[in-house]
Design a protein around this ligand. Structure first.
Ligand code: GDP
Ligand code: MG
Length: 335
């Protein structure tokens, strides 16, 4: 069967509209195929509905298939270098669409994992098994606060990098959501006294800002141009999370800093008007090239230069070790 998104956490059951359900068999169907001794890196995407998360994940799938050492599906894993990987294969196919239809319906709320894993080389040269995760129903006004916090919490706990997708800028509301939900998850974890107390439970959060309009250079054409754009990104995130005097702004920032080991941001430009249309058919020729060039740099950083396995209590985990943690965490959120 070709690869596809698998729902591992769903919301609601026949008895309880608001239950939080981990599907252990579904999760195990993916975990059990990972090489048993290899460390695992889980990259998840969180953020509001219709901010381009699925589109990002679909291009990411193409990147991973085109540039990984191998993948668990036999689909086009070519590993033939970089080049313009986004053009290979033409339009995005069904098997690359990470929930292309969008998820406004209730039963799609929860956490989804791509059935196929990818073997890559991590930052320290070791092979790492990469898994992709999508979330549905965060900040959509349909999901209760406590369920939102649980979905956010579990997806963040299982991730080595949580990509927080936002449109146009990192607003105070996005920061407040992040602070609130990460505090909630941290408190839930630490309410369980049998576990070792986790002081800073989450590994890394990367704000992925879409449709960024404020780069000094508008038509980059060289590596130096892109390097200087990345310097602007670092300056931007430093400014966003820099200490503030006002108490509420200060509290938000301190809460976030207390939960994550690393916070950074990457800014993508608008992909072009064709993409924003409902009729967009996944044709890379219709996407702006600066968008792809930035995306390419972001993906290489995330899945090559800075790829680190999932770490809990200072130990890198294999997929089956991660599975045990996820079961324990899910118990905390469903009780
Ligand atoms: P999701 O609900 O967050 O998964 O969003 P989707 O990926 O389904 O995208 C929602 C809509 O925005 C679709 O019509 C996409 O074609 C479009 N879209 C995708 N990426 C971008 C982007 O970077 N900028 C803009 N403005 N639109 C995008
Ligand atoms: Mg989506």
């Amino acid at each position: 069967m070709s690869s596809h998104a698998v729902q591992i956490v769903s919301i609601g059951s026949e008895e309880d509209d608001y239950s939080f359900n981990l599907d252990e068999d579904a999760l195990n169907s993916i975990i059990s195929k990972c090489p048993p001794k290899m460390k695992v890196a889980t990259i998840s995407c969180v953020g509001a509905f219709r901010t381009g998360k699925s589109a990002f994940l679909s291009w990411t799938l193409r990147f991973l298939r085109e540039t990984s050492i191998s993948s668990s599906s036999s689909v086009r894993s070519s590993n033939n270098g970089d080049g313009e990987w986004w053009k290979r294969g033409g339009k995005l196919s069904e098997g690359e669409k990470f929930d292309w239809r969008g998820g406004s319906e209730r039963h799609t709320q929860g956490i989804w994992m791509w059935s196929e894993h990818f073997i890559r080389r991590g930052a320290n040269g070791e092979k790492v098994c990469v898994i992709l995760v999508d979330t549905q129903g965060l900040f959509d006004n349909e999901t209760t606060m406590s369920l939102t916090a649980s979905i956010f919490g579990l997806s963040t706990l299982l991730s080595s990098v949580s990509i927080y997708n936002v449109s146009k800028l990192i607003g105070e509301d996005s920061l407040q959501h992040l602070a609130l939900f990460s505090e909630f998850a941290k408190a839930a974890l630490n309410s369980d006294n049998s576990e070792k107390q986790i002081t800073r439970p989450f590994q890394r959060i990367t704000f992925l800002v879409r449709d960024w309009q404020n780069f000094t250079i508008e038509e980059p054409s060289s590596d130096e141009d892109f390097n200087s754009m990345e310097e602007e990104m670092d300056d931007y995130i430093k400014g966003v999370i820099a200490a503030r005097d006002a108490k509420d702004l200060k509290d938000t920032r301190e809460q976030i800093a207390a939960c994550f080991d690393k916070i950074d941001a990457y800014l993508l430009t608008h992909p072009g008007l064709a993409v924003a249309k409902k009729t967009f058919d996944g044709d890379p020729d219709k996407v702006d090239s600066t968008f792809f060039n930035l995306l390419d740099r972001f993906l290489k950083r995330t899945f090559n230069q800075e790829l680190e396995p999932k770490r809990i209590h200072n130990k890198h985990l294999t997929a089956s070790e991660l599975f045990e943690y996820v079961k324990a965490f899910a118990e905390v959120f469903s009780s």
